[in-house]
Every structure is written in structure tokens, then in C-alpha cells.
Design a protein around this ligand. Structure first.
Ligand SMILES: Cc1cc2nc3c(=O)[nH]c(=O)nc-3n(C[C@H](O)[C@H](O)[C@H](O)COP(=O)(O)OP(=O)(O)OC[C@H]3O[C@@H](n4cnc5c(N)ncnc54)[C@H](O)[C@@H]3O)c2cc1C
Length: 508
């Protein structure tokens, strides 16, 4: 079942097991059960520290991972391969006793939670944001005796997914009730549970020489360049990795013919960790003020001080802003085709937007869903011709140009979309189950309103050194007015901004 490369990787990881592990499995005679059975037996055969027992769970096929004589509460229902393979490996290691990469304060926060808390997370194996959630909840389960977590692989439990109307993954249930949807971090889950961070430690931090805000390619690159100058460097990021976390294949990162977003993010993190950089993840900047130092206020109430700043807060998906979009978000309105595409298997969907991301999304979706309608506002698609050619070669795609989407409607989930033909002004309805909005990005700069100069798109205006309108504040990447938005360009501008900040420090 596992290919040779994965097997040899797994073999290396299993050498790190610290204590004996018991896998309890409940399998039937269906095809998925056979896969689960094969997977757990293969894993068991690879280490003397792992044994297998018969288990009994609410769902079949499922298996739990436990320390001998203990119940960890970590359960996988369905096959955790694809993007969830890492979750499986980490669960094996953490249950065996290897400490998760989480700071002591967070571990204490988890221990203080009041149980019992039974989490269930619905995932798809092609979803890149799902593993973060699964891994966070598995850690909570390992740390706290009264917390359990079951990862439910949607395609193995289609009826359950349909009955619960799960239309976006990851979708997390707590004690049987819908809890949170979409991307989460351990910190955001703790916040959702009402557990607050101890900010006194943050407030007591010495001022930085360079404080980077944002942990995408631009921020990571800025942090490395600053730290290499031997100056005190910090990086505060809502989600380390940024948009790259949501990217599947990357073929234009020069020197690497092909890589995938999460892999590039892991490499970025490893590289930043090689230097003396104070990484503060899952924290959001709220406002910026200049006093003796620059003072960066965070959403959690903490205040960080620095002599210079590099702003690299990137961008996020743009909303279309029509009635129904907000109402049906995660109930048929989606933004991430890789994550949520599999939920619409065999159904009719639309993609709004005929640029590169819209057409790429439509090509991906056409391989999964019954039919894709691409709606473009302009008289022609704007995507590269190579993508358009691929799109037009697909039998289950219809392209409608000159279409202004006016409404997304339904009852408790999306049932259709209305658009206006801009030539005839006729209103046309299309019945469908999902709408993927792909109309570009907006810079994450609202929090800087009134602080520094931005253009009409909200992008921070920078010069060739990354200098903004405030001396000592630099900016880089997709949040700036750079002409093109790409990983390699963001990394270059991150380096420029860090060098600009260093120059500023030695001149002032
Ligand atoms: C689906 C998709 C596919 C793509 N494919 C490619 C590709 O193949 N090749 C390519 O070169 N480019 C690709 N791109 C573009 C590329 O990902 C971006 O250009 C690049 O990630 C921009 O880097 P950045 O660091 O400027 O911003 P981002 O990657 O957006 O990172 C921003 C960072 O800032 C953080 N942040 C935001 N607001 C705050 C706040 N208030 N406080 C603290 N932190 C905050 C975020 O959490 C994140 O850490 C793709 C983009 C998408 C969405």
C-alpha cells in the first residue's frame, strides 16, 4: 500500500518511537476497511515497538493509537494518507512520548482545559489546511487525558458527511455539536475554547532591532537576512507560511523543478529556525504606533517594541460581495478548490473568475465534479493561453463570459447562482451545489489604515529599498505595490526590506 519512498521515510521516523505503541483497529469487509487493515499491518511490521489489537469504535473502519495500557484518544476513521500521512506519523511519535513542537505555556493552557472534550474533524485527503487542525487536536488529545480526537476521512463516510451537511473541510465538531470550520491553529482552537494566552511574557520581551510582521515567503526571507546581520530579530505571524500553505504544486521556484506548498513551508521554517529568530506564531498584529520605539499591538492585547519593522502581511482571497456569499460560506461557497473540491464530487459547481487562479481551479475541479461553469465578468478569459487551451479541451466545462454574478441562493446550503448577461441584461439562473470564488486577492493591510501610505488597492507603497512612508518601517511581498505577486519575488523583496532596515539601523 505504501510506496517504497514513503516506506523508507516512515522507517526512519519509527526509529524515533520512545515507548511501545498499540494500534487498536476496527475493520470490516468493505474496500476502505481492507485499505486500513493493510496500512496498520504494514506500519506494525516496520517496528518492534508497535503491536496491533482488535478495537471497537463508533465508526468502521477506524483505528486508535495508544501507549501500552493507556488510551490516548487519538483515532483515525478512514485512511490517513495523502496530506494526512504526516498527521499519522506525528501521532505515532507523540503518543509514544516524543514532545510535540509546542511551547510549555501552550501545553499548560491545554492541561488547564475542563474536560471531557470529544472532537471530530471531517477532512479530505487533498485538503492542505486539514492536517494543521488534525495535528493540533491530536496534540491536545495526547496532552490531556479527558480530550479525544477522531479524524474522519470524508470520502470513507459519505453518508455521515451528507447527513451533517459538511460542505467545507476541515469541519470540527465538539461533543457532537458543530464547533469550527476552516483553517485553525492550536492557538485559535484554544482561543475558541475560551482559554486565553498569558501575554505578560510577550510584554516583557526586550525591543527588537527588526520585527517582521507576517510569516510568508517575504517575512521568512526578511527574518533570515536580518538575523544573519547578527541583530535582534523577531517574527510575528498569524499563520507561518502564508499563502504557500494553500498551494499545491509549485513549478516556478527557481532551482526546484517541482515542490508542494506545505513542503516549501516546512523548508522555510527549518531555515528560519537555523537562526536566532524569535518566532511568535498564531498572533495577529492590530495596530502600529511610533513612540521611543515602534510599538506593535497584537490582537491578544500584547505590545511588542522594535527599532525597525518589516511589514509582510501578504494577501487573502477577495470576496465577490453579492447576496448569499457570506450567508453560504462553507455551505457551498468555497475559496479553496484543493481543499473543498472533493466534497462536490459528482455535483455541479461554478467558478467565478476567469483569470489564472479561476481557470486552474476549474481544471482541477473538472476532474472531480460532474460539471463546472466558469463565469467571467469581462468579454474574454484572462488566464494564460496554455491554461485556456487545457480548459477548453475538457468535456465537462462551460465558459460564460460577460457575466455579472448577482446572487448566490439556497435554503440551508447553496442551490444556485444568478448572473446578469452584461450584453442582453438578461438575468439567468444556474442550479448548482457549489460556488468557488476566484477573483483575485486583497492585501492584508486594513490594520494599517491611517498609519502609512497605501495605494487605492490598499497596497503599501514602497521604494526600491522597501522603504515605506514612515522612516524605519519597511515592507515586502504581496502586501506592497510590487508589480507581480510570486513566491520568489516576495522572497527577494523580503531580503531587500531587511537590508534596508539594517542600513537604517546603522545610519540612525
Ligand atoms: C492558490 C495559490 C497558488 C499560488 N501558486 C504560486 C506558484 O505556483 N508560484 C508562485 O511563485 N506563487 C504562487 N502563488 C503566490 C504566492 O503564494 C504569493 O505571492 C506569496 O505567498 C506572497 O508571499 P508574502 O510573504 O508576501 O505573503 P503571504 O504568503 O500572503 O504571507 C503573509 C503572512 O502574513 C501573515 N499575516 C497577515 N496578516 C497579519 C497580521 N495582521 N498580523 C500578523 N501576521 C499577519 C499571514 O498569516 C502570513 O504569515 C500562489 C498563491 C495562491 C493563493
Amino acid at each position: 500500500m505504501l510506496d517504497q519512498e514513503i516506506k523508507s521515510q516512515l522507517q526512519e521516523y519509527l526509529k524515533l518511537l520512545e515507548n511501545d505503541i498499540v494500534i487498536k483497529a476496527s475493520v470490516g469487509s468493505d474496500d476502505v476497511s481492507k485499505e486500513v487493515d493493510e496500512l496498520v499491518n504494514e506500519i506494525t511490521s516496520m517496528s518492534d515497538k508497535i503491536s496491533i489489537e482488535q478495537g471497537s469504535f463508533d465508526r468502521t473502519p477506524s483505528f486508535s493509537i495508544n501507549r501500552k495500557g493507556e488510551d490516548s484518544g487519538v483515532i483515525f476513521a478512514g485512511v490517513p494518507l495523502g496530506h494526512e500521512f504526516t498527521s499519522l506519523v506525528l501521532a505515532l511519535l507523540q503518543v509514544s512520548g516524543r514532545a510535540p513542537k509546542v511551547d510549555e505555556a501552550t501545553i499548560e493552557q491545554i492541561k488547564k482545559l475542563e474536560g471531557p472534550l470529544h472532537f471530530e474533524t471531517y477532512v479530505s485527503l487533498s485538503c492542505q489546511k486539514c492536517p494543521d487542525v488534525v495535528q493540533a487536536l491530536n496534540i491536545m488529545s495526547v496532552v490531556h487525558p479527558e480530550i479525544t480526537h477522531t479524524m474522519v476521512e470524508g470520502s470513507a463516510f459519505k453518508e455521515e458527511v451528507e447527513s451533517k451537511d459538511v460542505m467545507a473541510v476541515p469541519s470540527v465538531y465538539l461533543n457532537g455539536e458543530q464547533f469550527v470550520d476552516g483553517r485553525q491553529t492550536l492557538e485559535s482552537i484554544l482561543e475558541e475554547l475560551g482559554s486565553s494566552v498569558d501575554i505578560s511574557e510577550l510584554n516583557e520581551k526586550e525591543p527588537y532591532d527588526v520585527l517582521v510582521v507576517g510569516g510568508g515567503p517575504a517575512g521568512a526571507s526578511a527574518a533570515i537576512y536580518a538575523a544573519r546581520k547578527g541583530i535582534r530579530t523577531g517574527i510575528v505571524a498569524e499563520r507561518f507560511g502564508g499563502q504557500v500553505q494553500d498551494t499545491l504544486g509549485i513549478e516556478n521556484f527557481i532551482t526546484t523543478k517541482y515542490t508542494e506548498g506545505p513542503k516549501l513551508v516546512a523548508n522555510l521554517e527549518e531555515h528560519v529556525n537555523d537562526y536566532d529568530v524569535d518566532i511568535m506564531n498564531s498572533m495577529r498584529a492590530k495596530s502600529l504606533e511610533k513612540k521611543d520605539f515602534f510599538e506593535l499591538e497584537l490582537e491578544n492585547g500584547a505590545m511588542l517594541k522594535s527599532k525597525t519593522l518589516v511589514l509582510s502581511t501578504g494577501a487573502r482571497w477577495r470576496n465577490i460581495g453579492v447576496p448569499g456569499e457570506a450567508e453560504f460560506k462553507n455551505k457551498g461557497v468555497a475559496y479553496c478548490p484543493h481543499c473543498d473540491g472533493p466534497i462536490f464530487e459528482g455535483k455541479e459547481v461554478a467558478v467565478i473568475g476567469g483569470g489564472n487562479s479561476g481557470v486552474e481551479a476549474a481544471i482541477d475541479l473538472a476532474g472531480i465534479v460532474k460539471h463546472v461553469t466558469v463565469l467571467e465578468f469581462l468579454p474574454e478569459l484572462k488566464a494564460d493561453s496554455v491554461l485556456q487551451d487545457r480548459l477548453h479541451s475538457l468535456p465537462n466545462v462551460t465558459v460564460i463570459t460577460n457575466a455579472r454574478t448577482s446572487e448566490i441562493y439556497g435554503s440551508d446550503k447553496v442551490e444556485g447562482l444568478r448572473y446578469v448577461d452584461r450584453e442582453s441584461e438578461e438575468e439567468i439562473d444556474i442550479a448548482l451545489a457549489g460556488v468557488f470564488v476566484q477573483i483575485g486577492l486583497v492585501p492584508n493591510t486594513e490594520w494599517l489604515e491611517g498609519t502609512l501610505e497605501r495605494n487605492k488597492f490598499g497596497e503599501i507603497i514602497v521604494d526600491e529599498r522597501g522603504t515605506t512612508s514612515i522612516p524605519g518601517v519597511f515592507a515586502a511581498g504581496d502586501c506592497t505595490n510590487s508589480a507581480y505577486k510570486q513566491i520568489i519575488i516576495s522572497m527577494g523583496s523580503g531580503a531587500t526590506a531587511a537590508l534596508g532596515a539594517f542600513d537604517h539601523l546603522i545610519r540612525n
